[in-house]
Design a protein around this ligand. Structure first.
Ligand SMILES: Nc1ncnc2c1ncn2[C@@H]1O[C@H](COP(=O)(O)OP(=O)(O)OP(=O)(O)O)[C@@H](O)[C@H]1O
Ligand SMILES: [Mg+2]
Length: 227
């Protein structure tokens, strides 16, 4: 089953008189349980595409169906609901809250769901265990290495059992060996827990961890490499 289906997705930005087509006629299907990489040069539209996939931004034209739901028709409130229920996000700069320990950071998406404290804590502990940080739950972000902080962010992304985990340059702030351990974690989450992962990267060695590589040039899909 396809968790993501896009037909003719376009995204244009207007700055004054100038129109910029950041995405042009994107047709894309991503199956449940796939691990996909989006690659391309700077400015080719990778983040724009991921933001549309992640319902953080709306397309200008085309049709996007996420897990059976047609996204165009939804209100802003419904979009944030969809993000909370169906999507997990991982960012280059981790985006953890500095004053909260690892466990509390991972609980955040569940707080937005209105889940009770005890159940929240249990799910957050399980997510931290999955990313290998069982023994770091009480640590603040500043008391963790970059790779560990990204693991906490990944635990936060997966804690609500989303349909898709979206990651924009998840290894961009890490040295290459730490970056590889994050990719091994993604591979494990994909194989063991069948998680669907869509990541953006501009590094070929990182993209290689995906089962397919979608190559963007100038807002268009130039080529899809299947392994
Ligand atoms: N909010 C915006 N307003 C206007 N133009 C934008 C906006 N966001 C992105 N763009 C333009 O859209 C194009 C695609 O940008 P995008 O951020 O998707 O590129 P990218 O492939 O993620 O690049 P990078 O590798 O540098 O992160 C760029 O030309 C950019 O200048
Ligand atoms: Mg980008």
């Amino acid at each position: 089953m396809n968790v993501i289906e896009m037909q003719g997705i376009c995204k244009e930005y207007k700055i004054g008189q100038i129109r910029l087509d950041a995405l042009k006629n994107i047709n894309l299907e991503i199956k449940n349980g796939e691990f996909v990489s989006i690659m391309g040069p700077s400015g080719s539209g990778k983040s724009t595409l991921l933001n549309v996939i992640g319902c953080l931004d709306r397309s200008s034209a085309g049709q996007y169906i996420l897990d059976g739901t047609s996204v165009e028709k939804l209100s802003d409130n419904q979009l944030s609901e969809i993000r909370n229920q169906f999507l997990g996000f991982v960012f280059q700069s981790f985006n953890l809250l500095g004053e909260l320990n690892a466990l509390k950071n991972v609980e955040i998406p569940l707080i937005y769901r209105g889940m009770r404290g005890k159940q929240r804590k249990q799910l957050a502990e399980e997510a931290l265990e999955k990313v290998g940080l069982k023994d770091r739950m009480k640590h603040l972000p500043t008391q963790l290495s970059g790779g560990q902080q990204q693991r906490v962010a990944i635990a936060r992304a997966i804690v609500g059992n989303p349909s898709v985990v979206l990651a924009d340059e998840p290894t961009g702030a890490l040295d290459s060996s730490t970056g590889n351990t994050i990719m091994e974690l993604f591979t494990q989450l994909n194989e063991e827990f069948k998680m669907t992962i869509v990541q953006v990267t501009h590094e070929e060695s990182i993209a290689d961890y995906g089962q397919r590589i979608i190559r963007l040039i100038d807002g268009e899909i130039n080529k899809i490499d299947v392994k």
